[in-house]
Design a binder for this molecule. Structure first.
Ligand code: AMP
Length: 111
């Protein structure tokens, strides 16, 4: 999508610290990390929110979770523990309207 920040990151128009990429997803370091490990995993296809993901395209969520699992191991938090998080719409705390998963770890997280 033309004006979407994360689409621009995928296209390389805005710099990012890429940690993984394949034909379906792109993953990079959060610019304002809430923990020692804070990664964002995003589908390359633009969905503004989880609400916009059609049921028949839900396989992308399984794929994102495979990437989360791989990155958690690579970044050394698989055993110590980590959190995956999707914020949806305003009251959910969503700021960037391109579906994304946070992977947060490397310190004790509270509920
Ligand atoms: P959310 O509140 O779930 O929409 O989260 C958006 C996340 O994107 C926040 O954690 C921001 O720190 C992060 N973010 C915003 N701009 C950038 C950027 N240019 N590169 C990396 N992360 C970003």
């Amino acid at each position: 999508m033309e004006d979407c920040l994360f689409c621009k990151i995928i296209r390389g128009e805005i710099p990012s610290e890429k940690v993984y990429e394949d034909e379906l997803v792109y993953a990079f370091k959060d610019i304002n990390p809430k923990a020692p490990v804070h990664l964002l995993i995003i589908p390359k296809k633009h969905y503004p929110t989880l609400n916009d993901l059609p049921d028949e395209e839900m396989d992308i969520i399984a794929h994102i979770h495979k990437v989360v699992k791989k990155l958690a191991a690579e970044f050394g938090v698989a055993e110590s523990g980590y959190r995956t998080l999707v914020n949806t719409n305003k009251e959910g705390g969503q700021v960037i309207f391109h579906l994304h998963y946070h992977l947060i770890g490397g310190r004790q997280l509270r509920a």
